[in-house]
Design a protein around this ligand. Sequence first.
Ligand code: SF4
Length: 254
Amino acid sequence: MTAEQIRRLLLFYQDLGFTELFRRDPPAGQRESPPQKAAAREASEGPPPGMPASLLDHIAAGEPREPLAQIEAELAGCTRCRLHKGRTNLVFGVGNPQAQLVFVGEGPGAEEDAQGIPFVGRAGQLLTQMIENTAAREGLPLKRGDVYICNVVKCRPPENRTPEKDEMDTCSPFLFRQLESIRPKAICVLGGTAARALLNTSTGITQLRGKWQNWRGIPVMPTYHPSFLLRGYNAAYKREAWDDLKKLLHYVYG
Ligand code: SF4
């Protein structure tokens, strides 16, 4: 790891609220404390036994994937819901079309609307940092371009308001088709809106986060939306999000 990578990593942990760092491998003779052992076990925990590993388990052998480009083409010029009125660009998704891991957010913000790419504003930069720095910390050579990132609704809600139920109901079938095309090993839902769209639950994200859920046979890890983590300085929430991501990365790539 280069000095610049170490500097960025330390800044990232500072942003998460860490004030102390410890060696990963204790000197000979020193044993991990019970909390450290518990943390390591928690980080490597996968979905509960009995949960199907992947949508692939449910797909008949040889069933072709619907190309993402085909789904995107169907959305070109979409006016199916009122959100089309305020958009500059429709924001379909970005990343590896056969990613092992997909992140699903709520909807595009101003920067995303301007560029037509999801998660490119401040929250997007934090998400990229979280993915790449956590992966680096865990010894995984994972970059943002290796995963796939998209939102429940593809057009920016006015004033960044939460998408309404009818808007989500209209747009989410396209998200579902994206996910069925990609067939990831796991999905990370970012925030309560994405959790509601995929998990059909009214349980809040603070209750859901960190616990494996399931969407059509694909394990789902709910965690906080990066824009929530950017609001004020709340180390506890950032630390929880970091734990969730660590658990997810270990399951998918470990
Ligand atoms: Fe169409 Fe989705 Fe945009 Fe609504 S949010 S106009 S359904 S692409």
